[in-house]
Design a protein around this ligand. Sequence first.
Ligand code: A3P
Length: 284
Amino acid sequence: TQEIFDSALAYEPDSSDIFVVTYPKCGTTWMLNILYLIEHGGKMIGSDDNLNFHYPFIELVGGDKVQEFKPPRVIKTHLDDRMIKHKEGVKCIFVARNPKDCVVSFFHATHDFHNLYKYEGGKFDDYFKIFMQGRVDWGDYFVMVPRWHEKSLREKDVHFMLYEDMKNDPKMEIEKLADFLGPKWSDSIKREGVLENVIKNSSFKAMKSNPLKYVSSINKVDNMQLTISLRLQCITIAPKDLKFMRKGVVGDWRNTLSEEQSREIDEKMKTVGKDYPGFDKIWE
Ligand code: A3P
């Protein structure tokens, strides 16, 4: 609702807050699970538990609800950097993914929401057009992601990570992340067996084997998900088969994008690179 959204924008961060920021479909759930695992000594979240109980999605539940979580908080968001109030000490983890895989993943997720989200046409080619125009949920990839990237170059409290790097070398990425977050986190992964279990239990295979714990939307007819909505005092309705764990690979876009669409993204990246130097080189 507008009220919830306004309350998210009005949220006054605590200096111990950690924001997990992503453009949708770029690895949000994966990152939240990694943080949960580090916080819990590598032990997988219970089958009657859900990441949403621990890490509120601020624009879904509102800032007032987030205030009820005891600091230090981990907060999920897809908001633009201009929409989060500044506070000394707040850390932001930004996970980015190449726009070609992002648009494919986003298309499937949006498609699964078809009862709620009407977008023109309904085929991938239709979705691609509105993605390129920034007219999809949470707006323009080519504004939000480069802005956060630029912010990470300027501010030591913004840690910019790539989905592709996490796939390639999860150990190194988790170690860098824990160092960024501070002693509580880096000490945890130094304890015997913890890092190995964080890696194992955050793998796509492990997460796909029990996706209900990781979904961030709520199915009206599903008991478990209804419990989530009641506990968080919000209702969103998602189809039962919404796939948060779909393929989990790098380069799946090659099965979907035409050569022309791929070129269009390459061109767009070059244009964005003029305003945000270096951004266009990330996935080259
Ligand atoms: P695909 O649709 O390409 O499979 P988000 O959580 O931001 O909505 O991102 C969802 C995307 O991250 C989906 O991509 C999902 O499969 C992928 N994903 C989730 N967990 C993952 C993991 N452990 N390893 C790799 N990819 C993962």
